[in-house]
Design a protein around this ligand. Structure first.
Ligand code: ASP
Length: 582
């Protein structure tokens, strides 16, 4: 080894030892008479000291000419520091250097390698290897590492077997868009990169593996949205001979174990809420339950009083913002602007101030008497000092818009503390989702999800009302994982494909292998997959997943460091029988 210790290791007890350290030069400070170098590696920073008059002049000259991010080896004696730095683990000591070797020089880095860097996102991504030298970024990957190791420990302890499934698979029309890979040996044919190992893990159940997991890369060629990565990592799991309850408790266990081991937090049993209630009370299938502010529907008392907007609306629904009656005109205007933004799409916002003196002031005073407004406040459990915010319109859109407003208010009122974790199982999702544009049903989760047995008969008469044995784990309004009990019977799977608009021939062509496998003793099974990158960000109280990925893509799906996607040579194109339109 070139070194005897790391830069994060030495303490006062080590004073007097002869040591050799290696690392990067964080900073050189020349205080006239004394020169300090902060030497950094993955483990920490140790201060090197050179004193004029005591250290050889040659060594001093060498120290002062060392640039930022030079890689050096320093030999010397550990001494107690004159002025200690309690903020640093190695802050009690420094190294009196007797020999300094430059192992490599460095150009001046394009941004400062500090926790608070002056580098913008683009620059940091272009020089991601330098960005990764920053402690704050490295710590995020260390957290990821810890989460991975603990996940493996837990699942291994529960008899799960880690199996790798292929990356070159078959494109299927269902779900998101596939990334495809042209085949050289079969001109005109393509592999697809997996959006998830779904069918493979189900086949492993047919093989009798019983409990499978994989920490696996998945690929989805979806449209660009902030904080979405075309390749991402899942903790993918499947179990045989289980009910939904068994799966929820197994993975509630995993989540609790991770919170305990990684964050030393004990999470109580996770509450469960069905999809219908989540939509009705929060307007969202992943409600942030760190705060209440649940929806109250006002149709019965707000309609029929001559206010046209409400009278024509399918739904009148509101939230109660505690202690906000004092909101100013300006604040209320800002909220109105917020809900009218195209992404939110409400036409307007009605407010009612329930003043502390018991009087009311609303934006619809012309249409509603004091008694009417009082009835609203009663229905919404408001007390004097509260502010009611009410939206109306078509039910689905209005709920969505109010959900955004609720989250916005939650943030404004400081109710979304990143250090508080509120998990929730959302269960009983609908099996199918109608799409107006294509005039057909899509699987809400995926085509392999089983309907609730008691709802199967409605598949023919009222497909939209069939509920699935599907569930999501939501923490703080973020969907962390989702899964389902699967269909394990050929007939039902065929019926499902039919419901999704597949002809028998298409179903056979796409998924014949699975349908056939179901005829060779497929056990009842189900599973779940966690979005691992997102989970890491959530654990760390961060909004963006990008920093939890060593080499992420930007919002345009581009890796700006290696500069890809990129063109390939004509020769490669020929080999792949691909013609590129110029
Ligand atoms: N494969 C599913 C997904 O990626 C998860 C599951 O059903 O286990 O969403």
């Amino acid at each position: 080894m070139l070194r005897t210790h790391t830069c994060g290791e030495l303490r006062l007890e080590d004073a007097g030892k002869e040591v050799i350290l290696t690392g990067w030069v964080q900073r050189v400070r020349d205080k006239g008479g004394v020169i300090w170098i902060d030497l950094r590696d993955r483990y920490g920073i140790t201060q090197l000291i050179f004193k004029e008059g005591e250290t050889a002049q040659e060594l001093i000259d060498q120290a002062t000419s060392t640039g930022r991010e030079f890689v050096v080896k320093a030999q010397g004696k550990v001494i107690e520091r004159y002025s200690k730095n309690p903020k640093m683990a190695t802050g009690d000591i420094e190294i009196e250097v007797t020999q300094l070797t430059v192992l490599n020089t460095s150009k001046v880095p394009p941004f400062t390698i500090e926790d608070d860097t002056d580098g913008g996102e683009d620059l940091r991504m272009k020089y991601r290897y330098l960005d990764l030298r920053r402690t704050v970024v490295r710590q995020k990957l260390q957290l990821r590492h810890r989460m991975m190791q603990e996940t493996r420990k837990y699942l291994d302890g529960q008899q799960f077997i880690e199996v790798e499934t292929p990356v070159l698979i078959k494109s299927t029309p269902e779900g998101a868009r596939d990334f495809v890979v042209p085949s050289r040996m079969q001109p005109g044919e393509f592999y697809a990169l997996p959006q998830s190992p779904q069918t493979f893990k189900q086949l492993l159940m047919v093989s009798g593996f019983d409990r499978y997991f994989q920490i696996v890369k998945c690929f989805r060629d979806e449209d660009l949205r902030a904080d979405r990565q075309p390749e991402f990592t899942q903790i993918d799991c499947e179990m045989s001979f289980v009910t939904q309850d068994d799966i929820l408790s197994m993975f509630e266990g995993l989540t609790q174990y991770l919170f305990k081991t990684v964050k030393n937090l004990e999470l109580a049993d996770f509450p469960r809420m069905n999809y219908a209630e989540a939509m009705q009370r929060y307007g969202n299938d992943k409600p942030d339950t760190r705060f209440e502010m649940k929806f109250t529907e006002l149709n019965d008392i707000a309609k029929g009083k001559g206010f046209n907007v409400f009278d024509q609306a399918e739904l009148v629904v509101g939230i109660c913002a505690k202690s906000c009656a004092e909101y100013t005109r300006k604040q209320l205007d800002a909220l109105t602007e917020f809900v009218k933004r195209p992404q939110i799409g409400a036409k307007g916002l009605v407010y009612v101030k329930y003043n502390t003196d018991g009087t009311f002031k609303s934006s619809v005073d012309r249409f509603y008497s004091e008694d009417d407004l009082k009835a609203w406040t009663q229905k919404m459990d408001a007390t004097p000092g509260d502010l009611l915010l009410v939206l109306s319109g078509d039910a689905h859109r209005t709920r969505k818009a109010l959900s955004e407003l609720r989250l916005h208010m939650g943030s404004e009122l400081g109710l979304r503390d990143k250090n508080v974790f509120k998990p929730l199982w959302v269960v009983d999702f609908p099996l199918l989702e109608w799409d107006d544009a294509t005039q057909r049903y899509y699987a809400m989760h995926h085509p392999f999800t089983s309907p609730k047995p008691e709802d199967i008969e409605k598949l023919d008469t009222d497909p939209g009302s069939v509920r699935a044995n599907a569930y999501d784990l939501v923490i703080n309004g973020v969907e962390i994982g989702g899964g389902s009990i699967r269909i394990h019977n050929r007939e039902l799977q065929n019926r499902m494909f039919k419901e999704l608009g597949f002809t028998e021939k298409e179903a056979q062509k796409q998924f014949g292998f699975l349908l056939e496998a179901f005829e060779y003793g497929a056990p009842p099974h189900g599973g779940i997959a966690f979005g691992f990158d997102r989970m890491c960000a959530l654990f760390d109280g961060a909004d963006s997943i990008r920093d939890y990925i060593a080499f992420p893509k930007n919002n345009a799906g581009r890796d700006v460091m290696i500069d890809t996607p990129s063109t390939i040579s004509q020769e490669q194109l020929n080999e792949l029988s691909i013609q590129v339109k110029k």
